[in-house]
Write a protein that binds this ligand. Sequence first.
Ligand code: ASP
Length: 443
Amino acid sequence: MIKVAKFGGSSVADASQFKKVADIVKSDPERSFVVVSAAGKRGKGDNKITDLLLLVNAHIEYGVDCTGLLATIEQRFVDIALELGLKFPVAEEFDRLVQNIQSVSPEYIVSRGEWFTGQLMAEYLGMPFVDAADVMVFHHDGTVDMERTQTRLREAVIHTGGSFVLPGFYGSTVDGQVKLFKRGGGDITGAILARCIDAGLYENWTDVSGFLAADPRIIDSPRGIHRITFEEMRELSYMGASVLQEEAIFPVREVNIPIQIKNTNEPEHFGTIIRETANEHAREHLITGIAGKKDFVGIYVQKAHMSNEIGCVRRALSILERYGVSVEHIPTGVDSFSIVVNGADVKDSIYSIVADMQRDVKPDSINVLPGLALISVVGRNMSRRAGTSGQIFGALGEAGINIRMITQSSQEISIIVGVQNEDFEKAIKVIYDRFGDAVVVRQ
Ligand code: ASP
C-alpha cells in the first residue's frame, strides 16, 4: 500500500522534530511520499515561519525595512541545517531570495517557508525533492487544475523512482505564477497527492492524537475517537469541533482513501481514522462524539391557520436570504415555525429582519429568542436504534435542563438539541457522562 504522510508545521518546527519525522518515515517502508508544511511554532510564544513571511510582505508593502525579520527567518533554517549536518546551501539560497525580494510576488515569498522546509527534509530523509510549483497546477482563479496536476505528479513518481518530499501549501499556474492554498493548506496538498497517485492511506501527522469525543475544555480527558466516518466528521466540525478543512477532505473522500490523524510526538498512539464507512467492528461506541456552539438566535413566528396558507415559510426565508443570513434549522409546528440562525450573522440586522417579516408574513406574533446553544450528538450507531434520543432527552430532563429545540439529521446520525447558553456546558457533561462510553454490540 502507498501511504502519503503529511507533516504539519509543529512536526517540522526544529531539528528535534525533524528527527521524529525521520523515525516515523523510516519505520514504515510504505511511507514513500512526504508532504511538509513550513516550520511552525517550537513552543508557546514562538512564531510560524508562514506568519513571519506574511509580515515580510507587509513590510515591503509599506516600505519598511525588514532586514532583521529576514535574518530571523533565515536563522531558523540555518539552525535546522547545522544541527542535522545538512549540506543544503541555506545562506546562499536565502541571499538569492533577499536580492530578489522586491521583484517576486507576495505569494512566492510566503511559499518559501514550505520550500526551504521541504528542501531540508528531503536531504535529511535522503529522498528526492519535488517542487510543488512544478506539479501542483492552479487555474488563474485559484482552483486546482486536477488533470494537469495528476499528470505531473505521476510523472514525478516515475522520475523519482517512486518516492519524494513535496512542500505543501503552494503550486503555480501554467505560466509559472506561484499560487497559495488558504492558511493550513498543506493538508490539501497532501490530500491531492494521495488522490493523484492512488494512495491507500493519507496520514496527517500533527500535534494531537486524533479527535476527541468531546471538548476537553468541558469534559475532563474525554476518550479519543478511533474511527469516524466522513459524514460524522462533517457534523462534528460544523458544530465547532476543530478538525480538517473541508477542502482537505474532499479529494480523498471522493475516491475512498481513508485519512489517519496521527501525533508526531506520540507516534504509537492510534490516532483517528476517517473513512467512508466504519462498521467493521463488533463492539462500537454508541456515540462517536459531541460538539456544540453557543449564541444562536431563534426567530419564532406564530400565525393562526398558517397551515392553510401557502408560502409563509418561503417568504420568511427569502427575507433572510436578502440579508445574506444562512439558516441553521427550521423546526415547524402546525401554526408556527422557528428559524434558527447564527447570532453573529444577525447582530446588526435582527430588528430590520423582524420588521420585514411583520410586513411580508403578517404573523400574529414574532418572538426573538437569543442565547440559544446547539449541541450535536453524533453517532452512526444511533441510527435505526430505538430509544437513544429518548434517553438523551430523559437524561437532560433529570438534570433539570430545559430543551428549547430538537432536530435530527436526515441520516439519523446526529441528534441536535437546543438549550439556553447557560446550560450548554452542563448539558454536554450530562450527555457525555451518560453516553460517552456506552457501547453497542453489532449482530
Ligand atoms: N504553512 C501554511 C500555514 O501556516 C500552510 C500549512 O501549514 O499547512 O498556513
